[in-house]
Write a protein of this length. Sequence first.
Length: 483
Amino acid sequence: MIGIQPVDKIRAAEREFAEANPDVNLMLRAADQVAELAERMVPSGTILVVVGPGNNGGDGLFAARKLVRDGRRQVMVWPVAGTAHPQGVVAARQVGIRFLNDLEVGRLLPDIALVIDGITGIGGRTGLPENVHWFAEMCDVLKIPVLAIDIPSGLAAEDHHRPAHVLAATRTITFAAPKLCHLAQPAASACGDVEVADIGLELPKSNLRQMQRMDVARWWPWPTPYTDKYSRGVLGIDTGSDRYPGAAVLPVTGAVYSGAGMIRFTGPDRLADLILHKLPSVTVGSGRVEAWLVGCGWSEEGAEQRFGPILESGVPLVIDADALRYLPKRLPEGSLLTPHAGELAELLGISRPEVEDDPVGKAYEAAERWETTVLLKGATQYIANPFEKRVTLAIAGPSWTAQAGSGDVLAGICGTLLAAGLPAPKAAALAASVQAMAAARKPGPFPPDVVAQAIPEVLVHLAELADQPVLAGDLTPRSIAAQ
Ligand SMILES: NC(=O)C1=CN([C@@H]2O[C@H](COP(=O)(O)OP(=O)(O)OC[C@H]3O[C@@H](n4cnc5c(N)ncnc54)[C@H](O)[C@@H]3O)[C@@H](O)[C@H]2O)[C@@H](O)CC1
Ligand SMILES: [K+]
């Protein structure tokens, strides 16, 4: 798990560091790491460092000095605001770096191997300075690699929006910890590959976090030699309707391919036949279950009647789609709501743009209001946990997953994990992450049920990562295997 840090915490850590280490210049540390990464990105060729008026520009100027010192390349600086970090300017001028004006930049740009963006960092407000709009567009058109220092200019560190004008990066090097803009879409799409450089700052624990592959490997409920189908977890699924028959099949597919011990399907009979045709391991009819999944494709007719008895069962529920309209004030303990932005807006009685404007805040508000875990679905998936007062971002997948049926499959995976006994926040974070990882293995327009079928491959790799014995029949002693 990686903590996502707000700007005030980064600044406070910087102050503390400066007080404790008066002889260390953090800007030089940051600049050295920028220069090293630039070297790796383009071992030769001319580098243009674009600098703004603040310390982000200071990083850029000291990085420029370091890059030019090796004598192998030309480095030029464009101070877009007219003024720039005074000591940085002196340092750059001392080593003979040429400062360009707008006209010169326009002329030389096609021959630039790398742009280093030091216009704005964590002090940046949303939106790129107007006199740089043409430059950002030209970098994009000419496909010039851009290395952003800390934050791609145009983005604001704690904002997930991507404004119309941004200097989109090929890579971003940020310091100490990622900020929300690096991980939340659509802003994240302007960051390229993000590298977090350690410059020695000590940061407090954050209540906004990003799942890592290793977390999925560690938390996954791996079966043991003592497991049977019941202890793996029995999941009840009541989904689908005549209008939405696929919403019966897709959640069950997600649940089967993520390893449910047993599934009891209690939706309409006609749909049970459809499911059995594809997934014969599913059982039909009621019985004891450890968790329920309800709501996918119910449509309005009869929804409340279907929901009532299941709510009374008292086991944890995954509540998706149409069932979200009929939430009681108190939900069974350990339940999970899985709305998309429109459904969350309806739940909170606000508009969809209001949710899209503040997904972290609104997911958390709903989680607090219903005292339950909320998984807000979308390009970035947020898991709001009101018990530990935090929000977790799931591992992100390719944009292909934005298609009808992905949410149904995801609800099925959540169901498997709740039935396995995982607490809802973990179940939701794992389910969303593992589906994204499966989609990343199938980067293309594969339908959601086919993506679900890639989950076992993901789990095999994760099991290796977690050192779980996946190949029980492999009795080859390690010493022989090594030869
Ligand atoms: N805080 C830290 O721990 C460290 C910070 N460092 C660098 O310092 C940066 C922060 O520096 P600053 O606080 O000086 O802030 P920035 O350099 O990010 O930007 C602030 C300046 O840009 C202007 N500005 C902001 N948004 C604008 C917009 N949309 N259009 C036009 N002008 C805009 C502001 O008026 C201000 O003059 C970090 O991002 C990082 O690069 C590093 O040197 C090392 C350590
Ligand atoms: K920048």
